[in-house]
Write a protein that binds this ligand. Structure first.
Ligand code: MLT
Length: 325
């Protein structure tokens, strides 16, 4: 009898601690790890949603850029952080979809080592080049790549990143090779594309709208069934003659496994409120982001989606013969 009372008391203490934690959470700033360099799409989306989440939570969300290895360095750090709600991370289709196929020694499992918080934004992929690339449309661009792609520099954000994964798919589909140049993010990669230091890439729309509209780079096609309202003059890959190249990326918030459920719920609520906020939504939409529907907002939905993304990308990348290590 006595033992049962002790066990009961300990359980109540545990519940109380969790409850108290959630009630006082957050009582200090929250770190959001962005696994790429500042200024790229992952960083931009993190800062946009993080700003409004800070208002809801009453504590600053501080972005920490931890780049390297296609985003897996930062996500590994996030997965190993203390699961107390004070470290979260912005992952995406690369870090939580493609990475297992490319990194045999990956130090996290996207389907097991996280508490999925919620989807932040879908990000259609565009095929882009420096502004003076000798092509006027997707067909002539592909013709140049097939003729001398191995002499052309393709900028990406590291093996397993969205830019790397989606251009792997593109080059595999058109049967061409390139000289691949890795950056710590497509923010810095875009600077070199604008400067004409590299020739082309596949990147998320939220990184490209401003430079495409300024004529600083050329966009040949967007790899979605419909054109983007943010770039209405960019044809779809179907219109441009490569209908099979259909790919969109996504960016989503995760916490380390073991983060208390009440805290996960607070973070999910803050993210959902950010997406519902008119000004925040407009910033994402103006950059070509696609907002998650209500049904796509839960952590449970994100967990199932991540599992499907890992299952989707693994055969595609193995077929393309890509390996990071
Ligand atoms: C990627 O290619 O995975 C991202 O665009 C990298 C970034 O956000 O800089």
């Amino acid at each position: 009898m006595k033992r049962r009372i002790v066990v009961g008391a300990l359980a109540l203490l545990g519940l109380a601690a969790t409850g108290a934690t959630a009630q006082t959470y957050p009582n200090k700033p929250i770190t959001m790890i962005v696994p790429f360099a500042a200024g790229g799409p992952t960083d931009v989306i993190a800062r946009i949603v993080g700003e409004h989440m800070s208002r809801t939570l009453g504590q600053q969300i501080v972005v920490e850029n931890v780049a390297g290895a296609g985003g897996t360095t930062g996500i590994t750090r996030g997965a190993r952080a203390t699961p107390d709600g004070y470290t979260i991370m912005m992952g995406h289709m690369g870090t939580h979809g493609a990475a297992p196929a490319l990194y045999p020694n990956l130090r996290y499992d996207p389907t097991k080592d996280f508490e999925p918080i919620g989807m932040a934004a879908g990000t259609p992929i565009l095929i882009v080049s420096k502004k003076d690339f000798p092509a006027t449309d997707l067909k002539s661009f592909i013709a140049v790549l097939k003729e001398r792609g191995d002499k052309l520099n393709e900028a990406h954000a590291g093996v397993g990143s969205v830019s790397h994964t989606t251009c792997t798919m593109f080059m595999s589909q058109i049967g061409a090779k390139s000289t691949r140049v890795a950056y710590r993010g497509t923010g810095p990669a875009l600077n070199d594309l604008v400067a004409g230091q590299v020739d082309f890439g596949c990147d998320q729309i939220v990184n490209l709208v401003q430079q495409v509209n300024a004529g600083a780079i050329k966009a040949y096609a967007i790899a979605t069934p419909e054109r983007s309202p943010a770039l209405p003059n960019v044809p779809t890959t179907k219109e441009a003659g490569l209908p099979d190249y259909q790919v969109s990326a996504w960016n989503a918030v995760f916490a380390p496994k073991g983060t208390p459920k009440d805290i996960v719920a607070r973070l999910n609520d803050a993210l959902s409120k950010a997406i519902d906020d008119e000004a925040t939504a407009k910033r994402l939409l103006d950059l070509g982001g696609v907002l998650p529907t209500k049904a796509e907002r839960s952590g449970e939905w994100l967990g199932q989606f991540v599992a499907s993304e890992v299952a989707r990308w693994t055969p595609v990348l193995k077929a393309a013969g890509v390996k990071a290590e």
